[in-house]
Design a protein around this ligand. Sequence first.
Ligand SMILES: Nc1ncnc2c1ncn2[C@@H]1O[C@H](COP(=O)(O)OP(=O)(O)OP(=O)(O)O)[C@@H](O)[C@H]1O
Ligand SMILES: [Mg+2]
Length: 331
Amino acid sequence: MVGLVSPLPHGTPVLEARGVRRVFAHRGPVGGETVANDNLDLTVHAGEVVALLGPNGAGKSTFLRQVAGQLLPSAGTIRVAGVDIVAHPVEAKQFLSVIPQECEPIRELTAAEQVRYFGAIKGIPRAELESRVEGILHDVGLWDQKDKIVRELSGGFKRRVLIAIAMAAGSPRLLLLDEPTTGLDPEARRQVWQLIRDLRRRGLGILLTTHYIEEAELLADRVVVISGGRFIVQGTVDEIRGRLPYRGRLIVLGADRLRPEAAEELKALERRWTVSLREPATVWFEVSDPFNPETVGVLARLTSLGVMASLRPVSLEDAYLSVVAPSEALA
Ligand SMILES: Nc1ncnc2c1ncn2[C@@H]1O[C@H](COP(=O)(O)OP(=O)(O)OP(=O)(O)O)[C@@H](O)[C@H]1O
Ligand SMILES: [Mg+2]
């Protein structure tokens, strides 16, 4: 690896946030204040991806901006690679790579020019600049595209340029990505996922936000759910899925077009099992174990009656909805 300077051993804390809070005073004659977040504790380690999930306005970007030293916390402490971001912002920012929620590369420069430009601004010494730029372009998979004007790159490669720019910090340890794949097509999203995995393997700690729950399910070593400015659940994907009182779903499609015998069978099932979603054509059942013989037997019987039915384990999205919007979840 050329671009990253002496990565920390996997497992070393690169972010330690304790008791973080932010209050915004309202402007205008009425006054008042908004508590955007409160009492947030989070540790991110080298070689780890942590996904921050939560509804619009939950406080995700506010937290990332506090960690990035762009917004002062009203209370609490934040250490990046062991350095307090409030007390020593210049030193701490050497260890930070940040991509804000709304941000575009400069469209008229080539990929290489962008990285060189931002590397120079961020104080990479002139003697090191060329080799660092080369290393970063290799690290993010942009080497073959380096001389292309950014305007002509696909969306996925434009995100890579943003990540490359972010990497042009002194010695990045912590990468903050606010919705890195929003608006990308499925292929471009996969390219960005691969890049995130590569950077994790190379020892960066990565904190990202996303509204794509399956993105967190695929990428994150740990997930943190924030709602109303507070972390309400933290854990591995398995731990969070395990909080649901059921392990799987039986899903029936075409429920409004069933033969009489199949309709009877479905009605009988609705009396025995909990229904978590009922629409004219679709019924979702909660099942305690999607793999036990009785459940599989029910599926086989439905299928033999011509019902389009399937079994699947619970997803992170099931668990997310149950904690973020319990009343609306699947209702
Ligand atoms: N500069 C600001 N001044 C006043 N209030 C703010 C400011 N920035 C954010 N807020 C408020 O803080 C709360 C959290 O906003 P934030 O942008 O962190 O949410 P988010 O979780 O990133 O949402 P989204 O998913 O929509 O990006 C919101 O109530 C927002 O209105
Ligand atoms: Mg946001």
